[in-house]
Design a protein around this ligand. Structure first.
Ligand SMILES: *Cc1c(COP(=O)(O)O)cnc(C)c1O
Length: 213
């Protein structure tokens, strides 16, 4: 799909607002991880498409929607509160499964974006309640850089996230191999993300074309 990804960087093909035919075409080329951000749209696509697709929920997830995606979602990428994390755990338990999650950081300057500040994320981890949740697995961190042409700013933000990943890994997950994911990089900035230790880029329009909302 993207032929310039270095080894060790996986592609989450962001298919929101694109029809199932596009996903099927990418699937036939071998792509297996797809990202969606609306629960109803995702539910419809899950019914239509092959069962071995790994679906990542990449958008802001309301706690009251968790129950709908819990039976099949592979990873929830944008967890930004203990409340949401607990609800994912509760619904995963009801479905007898474990759901992978990433903690979403807010580092960008835009105010509209969701996510935990580095300090809030430190606090959440230090509080330790997450350790009691047996049906979620925290696999790493996710962030969106500022939407700007300033490559240096993007790089700075991604490196802040990368440095913070190292801190969290050292302090809480040193013995846990599943804490390994750094999800940053979108269509306009994934080449920078690849230089900033990303392991997972979330790319949509570059692959599927502009979205029609
Ligand atoms: C839509 C979206 C993307 C993909 O954006 P593109 O610019 O189309 O690559 C990545 N991450 C998140 C969280 C998104 O909502």
């Amino acid at each position: 799909m993207l032929d310039d990804l270095p080894q060790g960087v996986r592609l989450v093909a962001v298919s929101k607002f694109h029809p199932s035919e596009y996903i099927r075409a990418a699937y036939e080329e071998g792509q297996r991880i797809f990202g969606e951000s609306h629960e109803q749209e995702l539910r419809r696509k899950v019914e239509e498409l092959p069962k071995d697709i790994e679906w990542h929920f990449i958008g802001h997830l309301q706690t009251n929607k968790v129950k709908y995606i819990a039976p099949y979602i592979s990873m929830v990428e944008a967890v930004d509160s203990m409340k949401l994390l607990s609800e994912i755990n509760r619904q995963a338990q009801r479905n007898n499964r474990t759901i992978k999650v990433l903690l979403e950081l807010h580092i960008a300057e835009e105010e509209t974006k969701y996510g935990l500040s580095v300090d809030d994320c430190r606090e959440l981890l230090a509080a330790g309640e997450w350790k009691t949740l047996e049906n979620v697995r925290i696999c790493g961190l996710m962030m969106m850089a500022s939407y700007t042409d300033d490559a240096e700013q993007i790089r700075r933000e991604m490196m802040t996230a990368s440095d913070f990943f190292d801190e969290v890994k050292r302090d809480y997950f040193a013995d846990d191999d599943s804490f390994c994911e750094r999800s940053w990089g979108m269509s306009h900035d994934y080449p920078i993300a690849c230089e900033c230790n990303s392991t997972m880029v979330r790319v949509g329009s570059k692959i599927f074309g502009e979205r029609v909302y």
